[in-house]
Design a protein. Sequence first.
Length: 153
Amino acid sequence: MAQVNEGSHADQKTTGRTVVGLFSDRARAEAAIRELKGSGFADEQIGIATEEGKGHRLVGALAGMGVPELDAGHFKGGLGSGGTLVTVDAGPRTREALALLERHGMDFGPSGLARYGSSSLTASREAYTGRERRSWRDPAYAGPERRLVAVRL
């Protein structure tokens, strides 16, 4: 079931980027794709390739999407090892697609998220400790709870 949606990627500076990555496990790729669709990404925006199909022709198309040669070679090796390559023509929703795919464990290749102008989307978040970090009692917090409390007073 090799499928690659080869739309026009020439105007990526204004519309966003095509996100490309590899899943070592097909079930994880399918779960990520289900979540992408549930988030409003259309079938036409999502491509998938496996070694079963014509993965070598897909890998050649990666250069046309702006994927560096080192990453394309990495993805080709991953396909040869039974991995599943997923592409998302995310347009202006690139950051959203990256975060979703990162949560599902997508391998973005040797360039990683730096290719998209980000080192990590989730690693910079603090681990949740079980306590709220902000509350209406904190004078520096201007969130909705504080505004509502101020209205009631």
